[in-house]
Design a protein around this ligand. Structure first.
Ligand code: GLP
Length: 260
């Protein structure tokens, strides 16, 4: 894992956007894995800005989102489909025909999850997966104790995650109990991963992910086994790992030939 620790969320989001843009320029048909939550919003704003000011072109891309709430349709204000439309898709030239988000209203959920896996394979696999992290170390909606080899499937949310996400709903009890999420095995097949985390509320999860044992109790810890993970942090999310000075030094000493 490469830790990129920058003073604030805005600077770290710009850095993550530069990394994604470099991939798109190298591979205009890149398959992007996208995430929701508050964390990637600044990254998406940067990408929109790059399209407007630098002509960053998404017209050849495809995208796959990590997850969706079961029971919420695309027009529900808290659905991830609506979130993506408002925060990114409405503002960039990524063709909606190549946008994929699990369907929270699917009648046959297991069949839908299998089909989602197949469409990722048919697209050639994900080139870059964007991730946030839950305060309990979950990625996508793979809650603690999720199988580290899991595929896209139905999951039941923990009460902690429901409480964390209650701010997006009128009432805390409106947060669905069930979700569809890419599995941990699915996420690990992405060729590269950028995980973003900002703020003190993520510091413990980040330390457990980077330095803790690999355990289903901290699903993000499995990322230690992936060969190409960049972790974009602000100072507040990077207070707990014991080797923090080393990670900062690695980044500061990064050879100039070692590009994105
Ligand atoms: C949800 C999403 C995750 C996201 C997490 C943290 O659980 N399914 O993909 O990483 O929330 O969200 P936030 O960035 O708002 O802290």
């Amino acid at each position: 894992m490469e830790l990129i620790i920058l003073p604030d969320a805005a600077t770290a989001s710009r850095s993550a956007a530069d990394h994604l843009a470099a991939l798109l320029i190298k591979k205009p048909t890149a398959v992007l894995g996208l995430a929701t939550g508050s964390t990637p919003v600044a990254l998406y704003r940067e990408l929109i800005k790059k399209q407007r000011t630098e002509g960053l072109d998404f017209s050849g891309c495809s995208s796959f989102n990590l997850d969706e709430y079961v029971g919420l349709g695309p027009d529900h204000p808290a659905s991830y489909r609506r979130f993506m439309q408002e925060n990114l898709f409405a503002e960039i030239n990524l063709p909606l025909s190549r946008v994929h988000i699990p369907d929270g209203l699917a009648k046959d959920l297991p069949a839908h999850c299998d089909a989602y896996e197949k469409s990722i394979r048919d697209a050639g696999g994900i080139d870059l997966q964007i991730l946030g992290i839950g305060s309990d170390g979950h990625i996508g909606f793979n809650e603690p104790t999720s199988s580290l080899g899991s595929r896209t499937r139905l999951k039941t949310l923990t009460e902690r995650t429901r409480a964390d996400n209650a701010r997006f709903f009128p009432n805390p009890e409106d947060v669905p109990h069930h979700v569809i999420t890419m599995g941990i095995g699915t996420i690990l097949e992405a060729r590269s991963i950028s995980l973003l985390a900002f703020g003190a509320s993520k510091a413990a999860a980040i330390a457990a992910m980077v330095e803790g044992p690999i355990t289903a109790m901290v699903p993000a810890s499995i990322l230690q086994t992936h060969p190409a993970v960049k972790v974009f942090l602000d100072d507040a999310a990077a207070t707990e790992p014991s080797k923090i000075d080393y990670y900062r030094n690695v980044f500061a000493q990064k050879p100039s030939w070692q590009q994105w």
